[in-house]
Design a protein around this ligand. Structure first.
Ligand SMILES: [Zn+2]
Length: 423
């Protein structure tokens, strides 16, 4: 996930609002993407590329949210640059901050030197651009409101907060921040629990007092979300002390926290309870609505979305605008190299592809699908037997390993999967 690639140093790192747009020619970066300046109520933005109006509305909406959360707001105007290309993004950051580690892998950064938030726009993914913008602007707001522009002693805290607000959902023209409900999340919770065990030996105290400058982002998100949602009094005490400059141990000691054993157990249970249903297998996936996912596979490859646990049934409708993109359902998933994909070819035939023996052993089934770019799928797993129906007619019945999983699959392009239901 993009935030995991973010810069690792803390220090470097609604509603629709009426905004005044003042376009002007402005040369940032090394390529010629046109950029425009905009001045909203609280922000001065320089935006290259598309979605200018929406991005302005997002930061103003975030400003209201963060003002309530932090009980205050920066006194100065807030500067933001959204860069259209990676080259432009790196040029702008280098000109501001000199040496930045792994700059070629960053999607955004807040500069404590100039106090500017830099964000690299994702050309085909406004959801990701919005998330990166919210993440960096949360750092900016936090640093300028509560931290007196000083580096925080806890990156688990600052990154956790930025990730928490970055988890958002767009509902019409309104943005909801700090959204934890399915199906927006993928398998973040599993990642968080693995890190909790590996880095902190399943001790909440070890996590909350960790002074590391290189936090695990999923664990940081889980930590802050848990405290905000379940122990707001602890969060407020910890947060106030940290923002006043206390080190993480001092800050936690000022709270009235239950025993480590009790809190550690409660934390794990809470994270498990908020486990996402879906986990990214391979390729790029995003939730594009309620029970709706969009999957993108690079040329000549598959993208697979996995459920985090076996389901006995899976239903969805699949659609792609591109004739060279193949849609399918994955069944019998036992391992990354051990599963089957049932796909519909461009001429409407159904194939079974064995992941471990790909194209040479494709098995053709005689079913013919009327529209290979748009059809519905219903798959049922009775334990070791899977039946798959396409557009209401059974097309295949296969033996699969017990407890194997079923999922979504797309080959060579982008597809949308709607009304996804699993039981
Ligand atoms: Zn960050």
């Amino acid at each position: 996930m993009p935030v995991s690639r973010k810069f690792q140093l803390c220090a470097s790192v609604g509603l629709i609002f009426l905004v005044s747009a003042l376009p002007s020619a402005c040369a940032f970066g090394s390529t010629n993407a046109p950029s425009h300046e905009f001045h909203t109520e609280h922000y001065d933005l320089n935006i290259e590329g598309a979605n200018e109006q929406e991005l302005q509305a997002v930061v103003e909406s975030l400003f209201v949210e963060l003002s309530q959360f932090f009980h205050g707001a920066p006194k100065q105007r807030l500067r933001v640059q959204v860069l259209a290309t990676r080259e432009n993004f790196m040029d702008a950051v280098r000109a501001d901050m000199f040496a930045v580690v792994n700059i070629d892998r960053l999607d955004g950064i807040y500069s404590p030197i100039s106090r500017i938030s830099y964000v690299r726009a994702e050309p085909t993914d406004i959801d990701l651009t919005r998330m990166n913008l919210i993440h960096e602007c949360t750092h900016q707001f936090h640093f300028l409101t509560r931290l007196n522009a000083q580096q925080s002693p806890s990156c688990y805290y600052t990154e956790g907060i930025a990730c928490y607000f970055g988890m958002h959902r767009k509902v019409g023209n309104r943005i909801e921040f700090g959204v934890l409900s399915d199906p927006e999340r993928f398998d973040r919770t599993n990642q968080a629990l693995k890190s909790f065990e590996r880095l902190h030996s399943n001790s909440f105290y070890a996590l909350v007092t960790d002074p590391s400058q290189k936090p695990d982002f999923m664990e940081a998100l889980a930590l802050v979300s848990f405290l905000i949602r379940e122990h707001r009094d602890l969060f407020d005490g910890w947060s106030s002390a940290l923002d006043a400059g206390a080190n993480p141990q001092e800050a936690w000691s000022k709270t009235n926290a239950p025993s480590d054993a009790r809190l550690s157990e409660e934390f794990v249970a809470w994270v498990r309870k908020h486990q996402g249903v879906w986990a990214r297998g391979v390729g790029s996936w995003r939730a594009s609505g309620v029970n709706c996912f969009e999957g993108t596979a690079p040329q000549q490859s598959w993208a697979i979305l996995l459920p985090t646990a076996p389901h006995s049934s899976l239903k969805f409708s699949a659609e792609s605008a591109d004739a060279s993109t193949l849609l399918g359902v994955m069944v019998g998933y036992a391992a990354p190299e051990d599963h089957l994909i049932i796909e519909v070819t461009a001429d409407g035939l159904v194939w079974v592809c064995h992941r471990d023996r790909w194209s040479p052993d494709k098995t053709l089934r005689r079913a013919h699908i009327a529209n290979p770019r748009k059809f519905s799928v219903a798959a049922n797993n009775s334990g070791d037997l899977v039946t798959v129906a396409i557009d209401g007619a059974e097309v295949i019945r296969l033996k699969v390993p017990k407890e194997s999983r079923m999922g979504l699959a797309v080959y060579n392009g982008t597809a949308t999967f709607r009304s996804v239901e699993s039981k």
